[in-house]
Design a protein around this ligand. Sequence first.
Ligand code: ADP
Length: 459
Amino acid sequence: MSIYFDKTMRLKELISADLINELFQSMANLYKVHLKVFDEQDTLVYQVAFESGNFCQLIFLDLNGQKACTRKVSEVKISKPLGESAEVHNCFSGLRYMVQPIYYQGEYLGRIIIGPYWPKELSAKPKPMSFMQAGFDFENLKAQVNTHKTFSQGQIDLIIKHIITVLDILFHASHKSWLTSKMHLESISASYKELESKNKMLEESIERMKEIDKLKSNFLATMSHELRTPLTSIIGYAEMLVEQVSGELNALQKTYSSNIIEKGENLLSMINAVLEISRNESQTLTMNKVTADVVELVQNAVSTVFPQAQKKNISLKTYVDENLPPCKLDKERMNQALVNLLSNSAKFTQNGGIVSIHAFASREPVKQNSGNSARFFDGKEPYICISVTDNGIGIPEEHLDKIFYSFYQVDNNQTRNFGGAGIGLAVVKAFVEAHRGFCKVESKVQKGSKFSLFLPIER
Ligand code: ADP
């Protein structure tokens, strides 16, 4: 048995109150019979009573009659036939009620009370009522008997059969849609529950990821810090060797020692970069801001990258708005950010390509995509925009949102053509964000890329 069938059926769920009204009204009109319908919870859901004249009212006017009548009516009202067939209830007056239970698929849904009516076989209407108070006008009551209709048992059986058959057909039709709606509801609530539990799992995973991310940042910060000290002394000793403080070196020994210094310094700058990124993530990266000339800043970065560009015959072009206002920046860090962008452009552009750097003031609304989620800046705040454009290999669209993550590289095969560790852009992002700015990237594969840094103008 499916779970849908386990639910208790209710009369009003199977057929609407309107349908119950319509059905019993038409049955009552057709047979001119009094009808009352109670549901499975003994609530009266329908009643129709025809003009019953003075007969019952006359009995009710008598105190003893009233008591007997009330007793009878309540007995009929609360009676629940044991089986599925109708139960007869005779009134002391000779009138009769029939109580027909309503069942569907073996489940009790309520009952119909038919009556009062005169049973055809009754010889004297009404029956003598000796318990009435003295002075009760029995002859007057007798004159009112025709206000109730007379039915033979056969007629009543037919009426009941008719009602039950119609109810059965209605139940059948409604049950189908009832089941469908229940199944629909069940499936919605099952999906909702599933969604809820998935949501919870997702929330827990996010929390765990945040914790892991924090641990990772702490780990990187500590490791970088701890690695710096021995590395600085390795470089120091190598420098002493090259300077021949402890004795003369032959040419090869000198070359090897110089290599140690060069590689050691590369490693040191990578460690420093990781340290800066993790500081930015833990919001402990502080900027050393001074009033800076953007023209000078750009020229310094260009001259640093010049030898790298020259090796590939790449032309470096500079377009700086001469009227740019001076702005408070961490010169060293922003220089590093521009060098990173320019050297990436030189690295990812073919021989003979063009790399250009532009600097201008901007109030344009822009969409940034250097963060975890893209958002718009409304352009109300004035920014200095420094952009680096190349006509190199470009970046496929699906990578654009991720290239600012630390250690993320578009081509991360061991055999990739370009060197690098994937931290250059993360450093750029860290420095720009520490200036309350943001980065933007636009790129087309085989056409080129444009990286823009927006820095709020701070005087
Ligand atoms: P890397 O050390 O690998 O250059 P970055 O963080 O600087 O690390 O850059 C991350 C990745 O973004 C690069 O590996 C490359 O795939 C892509 N990228 C960065 N700049 C450019 C560019 N100008 N043109 C094409 N791809 C670029």
